[in-house]
Design a protein around this ligand. Structure first.
Ligand code: CP
Ligand code: NVA
Length: 314
């Protein structure tokens, strides 16, 4: 096994294919232990600080429960409550907190703040979502595809919607792992061209195909997994009306699902808005695996924490 050399999880772009697979394999192992009730206190006595500048259900619950199951403890620090929200710098927050805790998970707006936390603090920093990336979501999603399809090889994930944080992380992880990735977005809502370029480089290396299009049917063609996310992400609430106009043809409905393979799985990071990016018939229908994805957040993040914070080699 190759060494796992990462100190933080900021984007996933700097992780090797082998490091991602090590996390997935540990996640599957921890999931089995959790289901069977086998104790696995791999982070006994350790503490994770969870900083939230945005709302959360899944990330909040899965990191806190995950730390508890690993024998550690998690602190929920909303930026409404800590001094960061009153202007204390990210750098000083990092210097202070990392004297007391063993790891920091942060959900915030600017990716730059994660880099500062990682630079100025002395403990692992985990990205719990920024405006640019959502890497822990992508890890849980790939695990979900693996569990439903039995393999990741030659699997095609089609993302239809906004070229946002979730789309960026899925694009990076799929192309790293050699999975085909297509994305259909309205004009002006494509993924960040710099991130697309990086993903194209990964695709070349892994043999993955990548497609960026404005045609949802073209993206969905032959997909093993169809994915969508909200039209207006957190922080973009005021743009919702304007954005929605562009996204109506990008709704994942029964007709669009027909373009994918017969055994396609439907995925969504949640929270979802029925009647907007997805119809109730799809998200509540037989192809949907959205709550498996949500559950896998717990297992995948436990694996990430053990890899980054664990003292013994896992
Ligand atoms: N998918 C996701 O990250 O959910 P929360 O916003 O509820 O954490
Ligand atoms: N793109 C969404 C994901 C929520 C989990 C957002 O950033 O709000």
């Amino acid at each position: 096994k190759q060494p796992f050399s990462q100190k933080h999880l900021l984007t996933l772009a700097d992780y090797s294919q082998d490091e991602i697979l090590q996390i997935l394999s540990l996640s599957l192992d921890l999931k089995e232990k959790t289901k069977k009730g086998i104790p696995h206190p791999l982070l006994a006595g350790q503490t994770l600080a969870m900083i939230f500048a945005k709302s959360s259900t899944r990330t909040r619950v899965s990191f806190e429960v995950g730390m508890f199951q690993l024998g550690g403890h998690a602190l929920n620090l909303s930026t409404h409550d800590i001094q960061l929200g009153r202007g204390e710098t990210v750098a000083d927050t990092a210097r202070t907190i990392s004297r007391m805790v063993d790891g920091i998970m942060i959900r915030t707006f600017d990716q730059k703040d994660l880099e500062i936390l990682a630079e100025c603090g002395s403990v692992p920093v985990i990205n719990g979502l920024t405006d640019t990336y959502h890497p822990v979501q992508a890890l849980a999603d790939v695990q979900t595809i693996y569990e439903h399809k039995g393999t990741l090889e030659h699997q095609k994930l089609a993302f239809v919607g906004d070229g946002n944080n979730v789309a960026h992380s899925l694009m990076l992880i799929c192309t790293k792992l050699g999975m085909d990735f297509s994305i259909a977005c309205p004009v002006g809502f494509e993924p960040d061209p710099a991130i697309t370029k990086v993903a194209m480089g990964f695709a070349e290396e892994s043999g993955a195909h990548i497609l960026v299009t404005h045609d949802p049917r073209e993206a969905a063609k032959g997909a093993d997994a169809m994915y969508t996310d909200v039209w207006a992400s957190m922080g973009q609430e005021s743009q919702f009306e304007e954005k929605s106009k562009h996204f109506i043809p990008y709704q994942v409905n029964d007709a669009l699902l027909e373009c994918a393979k017969d055994d396609v799985i439907f995925m969504h990071c949640l929270p979802a808005h029925r009647g907007e990016e997805v119809t109730a018939s799809v998200i509540d229908g037989p192809h949907s695996v959205v709550f498996d994805e949500a559950e896998n957040r717990l297992h995948a993040q436990k694996a990430v924490m053990v890899k980054l914070m664990g003292k013994a080699e896992q």
